[in-house]
Design a protein around this ligand. Structure first.
Ligand code: SF4
Ligand code: SF4
Length: 318
């Protein structure tokens, strides 16, 4: 089975993933009890698939919005609301597409393999999780896709934290890859703690979500407290201050190319505020901001905060 595991890993790396690990369900149930409680994995994965492929797709630190500058020149300076690089392409969709293609190859190559009634040539044997109700971070940590940084993100050796994580069930009983050693990736560093304007990162590690700009930008909570609103800046979506300073993200990291869900670096916040719900949904449809839980009211809230910060009138909670 080792040869099969390495074949699968090599094929996934060939498909553009920067790191690929294998996880067996029993490892998961020992290390991620929080997710077992939800019953999701046991019902939909744990008992029906012998192993899981967990992969990192790099979006890198090149400017994904290069080429969109002409559209941005038309936006008045104080109306510009910023979209972070990770959201300027739909890397989640791209990861799913790549895994789907991989599963088609597996189905063709592994026809005839039948592990305990799970058939390798059936589409249903390869279920894909990406930005789904199953949080990928514990899966990633359990099989050594990366280590958890002080900023709570998964840091991978190849592409730092500039990756999105996706997973796919496999119909073969493969041995789990080991987690990364306990060696901290954050030794003698605390750059992210200092860089976070809202003091959301604990020095001992971990995030206080109710202080994190990205938590609110993702549509959480009914209102944004004043001290968070004051630090909002021009962001429409995506705070990356704690990633920008991380030494693990400083080397050149090549992101995968994709045409999925292209968004510019800046959009016109004033125009967004004038749009109806339907118009906002249409504008962001198919993009990383077209998520079901990110409602037009949340996008408007971020646009108002960005405008308020640009105009210097941010002294209120929104
Ligand atoms: S995303 Fe922004 S607000 Fe949240 S922890 Fe990182 S730097 Fe702080
Ligand atoms: S900036 Fe430093 S402390 Fe923060 S996650 Fe990166 S390595 Fe760890």
């Amino acid at each position: 089975m080792d040869a099969l595991k390495e074949t699968i890993r090599a094929m996934a790396l060939d498909a553009g993933f920067s790191r690929v690990r294998i996880l067996a369900p029993f490892i998961l149930s020992e290390n991620a009890s929080g997710f077992i409680k939800r019953g999701v994995l046991q019902d939909r994965w744990g008992e029906s698939s012998p192993s899981l492929l967990v992969a990192a797709l790099p979006y890198g630190n090149e400017d994904a919005a290069a080429g969109c500058a002409s559209a941005e020149q038309d936006i008045e300076e104080n109306c510009r609301a910023y979209i972070a690089p990770f959201a300027r392409r739909n890397y989640y969709k791209e990861a799913v597409k790549r895994l789907q293609k991989l599963s088609q190859t597996f189905r063709r190559l592994f026809t005839g393999i039948n592990a305990g009634g799970i058939h390798a040539d059936r589409r249903s044997s390869y279920r894909i999780f990406c930005n789904s109700p199953i949080p990928e971070k514990p899966l990633a940590l359990a099989c050594g896709l990366g280590s958890q940084g002080r900023n709570s993100l998964v840091i991978t050796p190849e592409a730092g934290s500039l990756v999105i994580i996706a997973a796919m069930t496999l119909p073969f009983p493969l041995e789990s890859d080991a987690p990364e050693s306990n060696r901290s990736v954050c030794v003698r560093c605390g750059f992210c703690v200092e860089a976070c304007l809202t003091k959301a990162i604990r020095r001992e590690g971990g995030i206080e979500r109710n202080k994190c700009i990205q938590w609110y930008a993702s549509g959480n909570e009914a209102s944004v407290p004043r001290h968070i609103a004051e630090q909002w800046g021009r962001r429409l979506y995506g705070c990356t201050a704690c990633q920008d300073v991380c030494p693990h993200n400083k080397k050149p990291i090549r992101g995968v190319e994709t045409r999925e869900g292209i968004l510019p670096a800046y959009v016109d916040a004033r125009k967004l505020l004038a749009m109806s719900d339907e118009e906002i949904k249409t504008f962001f449809k198919g993009t990383a901001m077209g998520l079901s839980w990110l409602k037009p009211k949340h996008i408007r809230r971020s646009a108002r905060l960005a405008l308020a910060c640009a105009g210097g009138s941010q002294n209120k909670s929104i």
